[in-house]
Design a protein around this ligand. Sequence first.
Ligand code: C2E
Ligand code: CA
Ligand code: CA
Ligand code: CA
Length: 278
Amino acid sequence: AKEAGRSTYRVYGPDGRAPSVRLLRLEAELHRALERDELLLHFQPQFDCASDRLVGAEALLRWHREGELVSPAEFIPLAEETGLIVPIGAWVLRCACTRTQAWRRTHGVPLRVAVNISPRQLEAGGLVETVASALQASGLPPEALELELTESALVRDPQAAARTLGELRSLGVSLAIDDFGVGYSSFAYLRELPVHKIKIDRSFMAAVRTAQGDPRLVRALIAIAHSLEMGIVGEGVETPHQLQLLKANGCDIAQGYLLGAPMDETVFARLLEGARQV
Ligand code: C2E
Ligand code: CA
Ligand code: CA
Ligand code: CA
């Protein structure tokens, strides 16, 4: 409205309509969120399907703004549009590596951490250096860091992406394709890209919440990953039936509300404390 008229921001809604006042305000404040220390990470546990062991966590970004936790679904698109995701993403990497290495030391566990990487970070250049410096500053061994990339990042410029992924792989970090199966999913590029793992998209898991769901797609995705010698993670596990299905079909890792929602680092540390006694 009036405010939008005066500003130079161009953040449009998904339908291309003029931005809401709330969005404009969020964008202005996102610029300061980093320096104001308003960003934090939550950690969602990942479990080995065969042993039920806690083996790692996915780091998920949160914005603590005026006493309210803003969802990444709302601010990540803003951060991507404005390019702020590049410095924010570097902060996420640094913070996730440091936290995880501290837990590994304190609890004596070979914990791994998965970090989401936006297509913009891949395109911006400098990602390999950013990752290397986060590893160096934290002391986290490269094999304990997993980068989650979406297919959209890989199809835009497959050659450039493959080159960067090759360099990241040379650092020793592991690479996963997030939300696999939605959108582009070309099996041809799967064979060519140097990735170690795929994450089954939540929508596939949602289709098998109960025994009434058709398990064939989930089964097929697990089989494809394994035939390409890749690991596979089932995310969005909310029911015992889903977990059972993953286990029965040899899925490697499970993640979801049934096993643990994303939690702040204090709560995650408590979980680690408990896991050690098992
Ligand atoms: P994602 O990478 O697919 O992350 C998984 C999302 O599923 C998370 O939402 C998580 O809280 C949610 N989730 C976990 N278990 C379940 C479950 O059992 N059922 C359901 N329905 N949902 C579950 P969240 O934390 O709101 O993050 C949303 C998205 O924001 C992420 O989707 C990711 O694309 C993006 N994101 C989050 N953190 C970062 C980050 O540090 N960098 C970048 N580039 N993107 C991020
Ligand atoms: Ca992810
Ligand atoms: Ca995902
Ligand atoms: Ca996603």
